[in-house]
Design a protein around this ligand. Structure first.
Ligand code: ARG
Length: 478
């Protein structure tokens, strides 16, 4: 590929070690597509005759198809191409070798006016764009599963926690909608990232721009990029899109890990808020009674792996001089791994979520004890004109008194209550029922029952509006 200037053979260990083909074969489909786009631009520039263009495109299509088929059968698309695979330094070299086998010298014209530096930048954008759309589809499916669970939970209540201490009762649906909010941000982060990355590096050459007058819009359009990139030095060395992708996936992983942790905690005998679905749990080879939350534990672990990918990319890019440097080759595997990890998470998370069954009796009992209505009680007093600080103190005293006799606030008599303040009246008891305690949070985004019902409808509509993304091309890669 580049041996003209060299007189000595490469050290064989170095030669094998510096190859990227063992992992970048995953780019073969996008490499073929990008090469077809470049062939079109070459033909428009008069470098390829119409016949040559046709032959070139047909040859590239054939490579794409055979590699795709073998990819579907086994994990090694290069298997039918053993000879080229053994020789190939990277996926670009591989496609060129194969094309040369098919077309002879005509194939060698394909590299006119282009460089592997712009090719790898283009391939990675195409790969990530596909992976990103697949992740978005999975995230949307998870949001739909959470919404269904929230709807099914109706007006079931649970305690909410701050400092992992019981705080106030909330609707189970309200708690689940918190995760829908997170996933909506995750989706919008990926969509933002998609817009920024959707520019075509082809035509940037090795660093300074193509040496032939290419119409760069041809390749950009053929690959459904919004436009060509605007600076050849940036385009050949930029991997922000990969960094953003892995960072967005890290934040998604962080959200998944919080959900996973709560489910793990809630499945303990101490909480017993949820029965782990057997289909998604594992036993212990030592302790016969065990049902372990391996799925949620693994989800927490996978989040660490996503952070690892984004950390690798950050470190790789920090201080890297312009423009292309071979270091960048090390940025591919973390991207593949992050995409695989996120899609792996999403292959189980929606179905796991759909299967979850909460122990609403246990949750309701936990929400009904431990003075979770103290805030509502203080609000009752403040509605009667008692300044909130005073109301807080009076209820605090009442809680202390109730604790001593092992009772809840609603179990204190009116006479007892009135020793803490004059504003207590018979209507106090109605103001601190579980329903009243929920409904006094009557603000948008609060846990009042009608607010949660409205929030659920609104979230349903927003998620439906995201569309099923079915219109976007399916990746076929990975
Ligand atoms: N395999 C290389 C990579 O992934 C392709 C670009 C090689 N460019 C070069 N100038 N050596 O980065």
């Amino acid at each position: 590929m580049w041996s003209g200037r060299f007189r000595e053979p490469l050290n064989p260990q170095f030669e094998a070690w510096q190859r990227s083909f063992p992992f970048d074969w995953r780019l073969v489909q996008v490499e073929v597509r990008a090469s077809i786009a470049h062939a079109r631009a070459l033909a428009a520039a008069g470098i390829l005759s119409p016949i040559e263009e046709q032959q070139m495109i047909a040859g590239l299509h054939a490579i794409g198809e055979i590699t795709l088929q073998s990819e579907q059968h086994r994990n090694d698309p290069a298997a039918p191409f053993a000879a080229s695979a053994a020789q190939a330094e990277d996926v670009h070299h591989f496609v060129e070798l194969e094309l040369t086998r098919k077309l002879g010298d005509l194939a060698l014209k394909l590299h006119t006016g282009r460089s592997r530096n712009e090719q790898i930048a283009t391939d990675m954008r195409l790969y990530i764009r596909n992976a990103l759309d697949d992740v978005l589809r999975g995230q949307r499916e998870w949001a739909i599963a959470l919404l269904a669970l929230a709807r099914r939970s109706g007006t079931a209540v649970m305690p909410s926690y701050t400092h992992l201490q019981r705080a106030e009762p909330v609707l189970v649906a309200h708690w689940l909608l918190a995760y829908v909010s997170m996933i909506e941000r995750d989706m919008s982060r990926l969509e933002d990232c998609r817009v920024r990355m959707n520019l075509c590096p082809l035509g940037s050459g090795a660093i300074a721009g193509a040496t032939i007058a290419l119409n760069r819009s041809i390749a950009a359009q053929a690959l459904s990029f919004q436009a060509p990139t605007s600076n050849s030095m940036d385009a050949t060395s930029d991997r922000d899109f990969a960094l953003e992708f892995t960072q967005a996936l890290s934040i998604f992983g962080l959200h998944v890990s919080r959900f996973a942790e709560e489910i793990t905690l809630f499945s303990t005998a101490e909480f017993a808020f949820v029965d782990l679905p057997e289909a998604f749990s594992t036993g212990s080879s030592a302790m016969p009674q065990k049902k372990n939350p391996d799925l949620t534990e693994l989800l927490r672990g996978k989040a660490a792996r996503l952070f690892g990918a984004s950390a690798t990319l950050s470190l790789l890019l920090k201080g890297l001089p312009l423009a292309y440097n071979k270091d960048l080759q090390e940025g591919q595997e973390p991207v593949f791994d992050a995409a695989d990890t996120a899609l792996g998470i999403l292959s189980v998370l929606p179905s796991f979520t759909r299967t979850l069954r909460f122990r609403s009796d246990r949750m309701a009992a936990a929400a009904a004890s431990g003075y979770l209505n103290a805030m509502a009680a203080a609000t009752y007093l403040s509605n009667k004109g008692v300044p909130f600080r005073k109301a807080h103190e009076q209820i605090g005293n009442a809680v202390r008194y109730a604790l001593e006799s092992g009772r809840e606030l609603e179990q204190l008599t009116l006479t007892e209550l009135q020793t803490f303040g004059e504003a207590f009246a018979e209507d106090f008891y109605a103001a601190i029922t579980i329903e009243a305690t929920l409904d006094c949070h009557d603000v948008p985004g609060g846990t009042a029952r009608h607010r949660v019902a409205a929030a659920l409808d609104a979230a349903d509509q927003r998620i439906a509006a995201v569309g099923d993304l079915g219109g976007k091309e399916a990746s076929g890669v990975r």
